[in-house]
Design a protein around this ligand. Structure first.
Ligand code: SF4
Length: 278
């Protein structure tokens, strides 16, 4: 008989932009949020709701390649019934959180807790123990990857299509194996080890700490630099992008001085830079 377990008190330990559904479901839905909080596209909200309506245990949004993934890990290892993640939405070109989640499942983390193989800016899981990361990777048997490319607008493509997300979720809780877009899915029951309820204490990752008030302009400059084009083209009259970033932090130049930041592919980075400079 298939093993299912009642999630412990304290599940789900981390708050966030997600909805709790059926605690005994084997699947969670992760929708990439590729915009800032104040402008959540309605089609992404709909995907989250479709997740729980279709029977997922948790369905929510992932925005960042560090703290966002840490929260997902905490909430999933606190419910041993969850064995699959349906990953959908559009990849965020700024944070690459979808790619980071896939790389985590495939490769794990190195000794510095950096997600191996991720191309994101700061894919570090500093705030949770390695044992939790290992447990997540063992408990989750498969991430069903429906992730769309950044900027995708066609809501008929699988990763933005509510009907496809619904089918993916339903496939995960079939008693007999179901084939869905090349994945063989079925409800295999709970992970055999007890759930772990772990709450993140340090809410800030190292990058965020670097921009806390009182930190040096140099630290701030290093954070800003990560979001610049990094071509060192000197069109801003600075010798390097790093010099530009440090002067930005000091208020000696403006975002408008880098012409590349007006281009569509840097729109999200520019908004992030503006937010950091507020
Ligand atoms: S113009 Fe932009 S890309 Fe070129 S060096 Fe300055 S900051 Fe870097």
């Amino acid at each position: 008989m298939m093993l299912k377990v009642k999630p412990p008190d304290g599940y789900p330990p981390e708050e966030g932009r997600y909805v709790r559904g059926n605690d005994y479901s084997p699947v969670a839905v992760c929708v990439i949020l590729d915009t800032f909080d104040f402008a959540i596209p309605p089609e992404l909200n709909e995907l989250v709701m479709v997740g729980t309506d279709s029977g997922a245990a948790l369905s929510g949004m992932l925005q960042t390649e560090n703290i966002g993934i840490e929260k997902i890990i905490c909430n999933i290892v606190a419910n041993s019934n969850i064995r699959y993640i349906v990953l959908c939405g559009r990849e965020s070109s700024g944070h690459l959180p979808g790619e980071a989640l896939l790389a985590l499942k495939q490769n794990g983390v190195d000794d510095t807790k950096r997600i191996i193989g991720s191309r994101a800016l700061t894919p570090y899981l500093y705030n949770i123990p390695t044992e939790l990361i290992d447990r997540f990777n063992q408990q989750i048997v498969s991430i069903i990857n429906l992730l769309c490319k950044p900027g995708e607008r066609d809501i008929k493509v699988p990763g933005l299509n509510p009907n496809v997300i619904e089918e993916a979720v339903r496939s995960c809780y079939q008693e007999s194996p179901a084939i869905f877009m090349g994945y063989t899915l079925y409800d295999m029951g709970a992970y055999p080890e007890p759930a772990i309820v772990h709450k993140i204490v340090a809410k800030l990752n190292q990058t965020q700490q670097a921009v806390e008030p009182g930190k040096s302009k140099m630290s701030m400059g290093l954070v800003l630099h990560k979001l610049l084009p990094k071509t060192d083209c000197q069109k801003c009259d600075k010798k390097t992008c790093l010099a530009f970033a440090i002067d930005l932090a000091k208020g000696k130049c403006r975002l408008e001085d880098c012409p590349f930041l007006d281009q569509p592919e840097f729109a999200e980075n520019r908004r992030a830079l503006a937010k950091l400079l507020e």
